[in-house]
Design a protein around this ligand. Sequence first.
Ligand code: URA
Length: 429
Amino acid sequence: MTDETDWQGWRRTARLLVLAGIEPAELTWSVGGRTDPLPDADGSFQLPRALVELASVAIQARQPDRFGLLYSLVWRAHHGEKLLDDDQDPDLSLARRMALAVRADAHRMRTLVRFMPVRDDAGQRFLGWFAPAHFVLPANAQLMARRFPDQLWSIATPDGSAHWDGTRLLFGSGPRQVEDDATLVAWWDAHRAQVLDSAVEGTSIPMAEALDEAPRPPNRAALGPVVVRFAPDPGLEGAAKEAWACERCSLYGPATQPVFGEGPAGATVMFLGEQPGDQEDTIGRPFVGPAGQMMDRAMEEAGIDRRTVYVTNAVKHFKFTPRGKRRIHQTPETPEIRACDFWLDVERVHVKPRLLVLMGATAARAVLRRAVTISRERGRPIPMEDGQTVFVTVHPSYLLRIPDAAAKAREYAAFVADLKTVRGLMEAG
Ligand code: URA
């Protein structure tokens, strides 16, 4: 494979190997290494379209074993297994989880990258930065190029950078780490000529259309200059690792993983939800599923940049009951909330937020240590003895559950209004 998302290379190689009868266990896949000569094999074979589509997304996952996993699915499908019908198949489930994680990351890239204008020889260009969890840059950049052909833009990531020059999409090297706007601009000024000169055209990965929302237009700087600070605190990172061994309550058993908070150390505001949902449990990041997308939209309307706040949950493991193939959310009980105080305290000590936004009854109960009627206490700052301020509002998944469209719009507007008050409190200092 020539690069991490060498889709055509993987497809061609997989086809030749399957036709030559090479078993999955005989292969080691790598990127950019020396390869044994490929077998000479003639012909082609059909695969279910859904499997090819799944592979084209899952191949963008960061897991190094994805090429082999996808090859073994292709191998089995070619040998007559109807594996797409078997939801219990561990390899298929793993590939589907990878694809889900890629889609969530693509969504984050489309909604979180903010661009700032810079000038170079070609004129004004919009420059953005993102640190993707997976290899989502090439597919997303194609979508951006199609949607915004009239502006020049560049997106830098630690995996590389993408550049639209008005007619061609080029891919080059990227900065290892970017701490703030100034570091990004300094990297661009120092490396622009060399990056653009050695950049190569095109990518073979299919365009990212799996999510139907549009990417952010490059000239949109509604929230002011780009804020890219996302320095994880070493103490928080260590705690997030330790949480993998947490057995303080029984929720760790059925859950896939603990989902720790995310955001800059030293954030002024901490947003607190209840517990990870199905997608968060799979992906390992808070608020990336439907409730997270609702929250992102409301934050954006309220003028809050999600990357500047710390987002976490009162309970770090997903509590659910299995029903058929689905995992149905269950509200955590007080002992589970209390058991997880430990991790929330770790986060509060490290982040030291001035303001805690408690979204929903579980978050409010976790911090205020009493039952809270949201409608009675929402929308105003409540000072606490330790000097912090809390602010109660609804949980975004409450909005998702309202069946009546007019009521939903009303409640959503009230949520945005609450978040605007939060923004005012953030700015008041
Ligand atoms: N609901 C939550 O409370 N937290 C999440 O992370 C996702 C859904």
